[in-house]
Design a protein around this ligand. Structure first.
Ligand code: ADP
Ligand code: MG
Length: 688
């Protein structure tokens, strides 16, 4: 029973009609996975009505409308005297009121003109904007249909949180196909009742009719939230039992070398009290007969890496190996650059292993790991590829732990003999929740920054004042400051996203020659190259314009200015993370939050929180109170929200119910609970 549905869940999205490998990898970026299941767990964030109007005069700026228009003329776009102009299709509605359709992507010019031939009626649907210069405009309509096909345009539409290169149309197409297959293939003859009910709830959530249907307390969302909580809580309960029954043989092993004294001697700075306390807590765990499972929470810049280092060195005293797992190549490289010199001084072999290592070089690294010669291995999930063997893996350190999926985590555990686990996270969980979220993990908190850090000055500014801002930062750039300039993703249209970053880049490049650009549609290698150039102290690249693809932990000490556009669209925790990329050196750093015209009073209030405090815990708490899940950008990266359907604020009673249900002695034999654990990928923190 249920085997087929799990096979279907695990199907790669590229096998869905119309998807293919390129789109599948874009889905991977947004969903954090590329299986049908990953798609199913991705809930729409709201429902957009597409009001059918007779005239643009009946609409307001920003409305999403569907309207019949007659195509009047075409104005070919392109680049004229260095200025980029969009392609314009001039139309008129039934009352002869003008409406211009604009396309920025010049590549598809003929295609658009063919779809909108002069002298014909078309039904179009999209977001309407009014400007003084051009009147009514729709940029990149979501739908263009002939009058006969008008019913192909939905009257309301589920809008999914998206990313670069994925349109809402693609989401709808994939969703429709997935549910068609579900209807066709799965029924009471091959699927359990629990599973069928679960699928039914998913279907309701993926085909919402109103925003109520997506509210936390609507029947189906609440049902899915309960399933998710039950999965987590049962995993936590099982893990607690397993861990208590395991013995950590290493704890009893004798120390062979004395490395810690040396370690403290070669440190270029004095550890903060909080760092020292955390290290002590870890060392006490090492002595215990059960494997360690500890989470270190500390704000960006609080010095978690050094704590991890100390743990690895201590491990090496007994001859055991440690791995430090980073979420990306770039971060692994940065860790390696810092940790390797320290290990050298201590006489410890430290190595790096990422997906880039190939051939002979890789084989040599593997031999060194297998022989036990390499004591500290830094890398990405490549560290846990099937052919990687360890002689005596004692400690697994996971940086930015929320970014790893369960498969990797299970793989890690299996490489060692009940290794100790140490997770590092920069995103604090409000203390009220940490028990329910992390359950059986012990938590150390680094609530202190290294001495001499100058607090970042944070201000907010309406985007109209951007020229004044450019003038203000110019002299600082002259003096050697580096600037991160982050533009957001817009969920509906990848083109206008790219435009946002692209046009800001062009603008800034005029002022600051050699500005870099980095976005998700670029080849990853090129992206890494740009990032590395920016990080290089001596490069001419002073300003880096990017979307949020720039990694969380990247360390550029000379970067002292962080500008975030449309800051109102990000979650507070995500903004705090972004801000943490400056203020790492000895210079005064600045964070400027630019907000758009449509910012709400609440939006301003949220930005004020950030201007007023630098305390990650306060911010996390406020973030939790001020937003609903999924409505803001960056929730994925923000770490402590790892739930798909659970809303921290609204589902507290469900937390308790799920906890009680999971206390059952036979919870490990409960098939449905096990299936849910698989679905929600949550053996993770629970380790089961
Ligand atoms: P995070 O907690 O964000 O991972 P890092 O470990 O990257 O922080 O540390 C940020 C910077 O602070 C690094 O350059 C690191 O060398 C430095 N650092 C760490 N601990 C201290 C300390 N006790 N005193 C001074 N600088 C420190
Ligand atoms: Mg870090």
């Amino acid at each position: 029973m249920d085997k087929e549905i799990f096979d279907f869940f695990n199907t790669d999205l590229q096998f869905i009609h119309g998807v293919g490998p390129v789109l599948a990898s874009k889905f991977n970026d947004v969903l954090g996975g590329r299986r049908v299941l990953d798609f199913l767990l991705h809930m729409p964030s709201y429902v957009r009505p597409r009001e059918i109007l007779d005239s643009v005069m009946d609409a307001q700026n920003g409305d999403t409308i569907t309207i019949s228009v007659m195509v009047k003329s075409h104005k070919r776009g392109g680049t004229f005297k260095g200025k980029r102009r969009p392609t314009q299709i001039i139309c008129a509605d039934k009352f002869a009121a003008p409406l211009t359709i604009q396309f920025f992507n010049v590549n598809y010019l003929d295609y658009w003109m063919e779809k909108l031939p002069i002298g014909q009626w078309r039904i179009i649907s999209g977001k309407l904007e009014f400007s003084n210069k051009n009147g009514a405009i729709i940029n990149h309509p979501d739908f263009i249909e002939t009058p006969e096909n008008a019913e192909k345009i939905p009257t309301h539409q589920a809008i999914y949180p998206s990313g670069e290169g994925l349109t809402q149309k693609t989401f709808a197409n994939v969703r429709n196909q997935i549910f068609n297959i579900i209807h066709e293939k799965f029924n009471a003859s091959n699927t359990s009742e629990n599973m069928l009910e679960f699928l039914d709830a998913l279907e309701h959530v993926h085909f919402p009719e109103t925003n109520e249907d997506l509210a936390p307390n609507s029947t189906y969302v609440a049902k899915l939230a309960y399933c998710e909580l039950f999965a987590h809580q049962s995993a936590i309960a099982i893990n607690r039992r397993i861990r208590k029954s395991q013995t950590n043989t290493r704890a009893l092993r004798a120390k062979k070398h004395d490395l810690m004294t040396n370690f403290y001697n070669i440190l270029p700075f004095k550890l903060t009290n909080a760092q020292q306390r955390t290290i002590d807590e870890i060392f006490v765990d090492f002595e215990k007969p059960v494997p360690m499972m500890r989470l270190v929470q500390g704000d960006v810049g609080s010095g978690k890496t050094m704590v991890a280092c100390a743990a690895a060195v201590k491990m090496a005293e007994s001859g055991a190996q440690s791995v430090l797992l980073a979420p990306t190549d770039t971060l692994a490289q940065q860790h390696f650059a810092k940790i390797k010199p320290m290990c050298d001084k201590l006489g410890l072999v430290c190595d790096i292993l990422t997906g880039r290592d190939k051939g002979v070089a890789r084989r040599e690294k593997l031999i060194s790991l297998k022989s036990g010669r390499t004591k500290v291995a830094i890398g990405t999930h490549a560290l846990f590829s099937e052919d990687v063997e360890y002689k005596d893996l004692g400690l697994v350190i996971i940086d930015e732990q929320h970014r790893f999926g369960v498969t990797q985590r299970t793989a890690m555990r299996e490489k060692g003999h009940t290794p100790d686990m140490l997770a590092l996270s920069a995103t604090p969980i409000p203390r009220t929740l940490s028990m329910t979220v992390y359950g059986d993990m012990d938590i150390s908190i680094i609530n202190e920054k290294p001495a001499g850090r100058i607090p970042i000055k944070t201000t907010k500014l309406p985007v109209e004042r951007v020229n004044a801002l450019i003038e203000r930062i110019a002299p600082q750039i002259q003096n050697g400051a580096k600037v991160f300039w982050v533009c957001p993703l817009v969920e509906e249209s990848e083109n206008s996203d790219m435009m946002a970053a692209q046009s800001r880049f062009e603008e800034l490049n005029k002022h600051f020659h050699g500005t870099g650009l980095c976005h998700g549609q670029m080849d990853k290698k090129l992206r890494d190259k740009v990032m590395a150039e920016f990080a290089d102290e001596n490069s001419k690249m002073r300003v880096l314009v990017s979307t949020t693809v720039v990694e969380v932990g990247i360390d550029v000490p000379s970067a002292t200015i962080m500008v975030i556009e449309n800051a109102e669209r990000f979650g507070l925790a995500a903004l705090h993370q972004l801000r943490g990329r400056v203020g790492r050196g000895s210079q005064q750093s600045y964070c400027i939050l630019l907000y758009g015209n449509n910012v709400s009073p609440d939006g301003i209030k949220r930005l004020d929180v950030l201007c007023e405090t630098d305390d990650g815990f306060v911010i996390a708490e406020q973030d939790l109170m001020m937003r609903g899940v999924g409505e803001l950008l960056g929730t994925k990266q923000s770490g402590w929200i790892q739930y798909h359907f659970v809303n921290y604020r609204e589902h507290r009673d469900l937390f308790k119910l799920a906890q009680t249900a999971s206390m059952d002695d036979n919870i490990d034999k409960n098939v449905w609970a096990r299936q849910l654990r698989y679905i929600f990928d949550c053996s993770t923190m629970a380790g089961a």
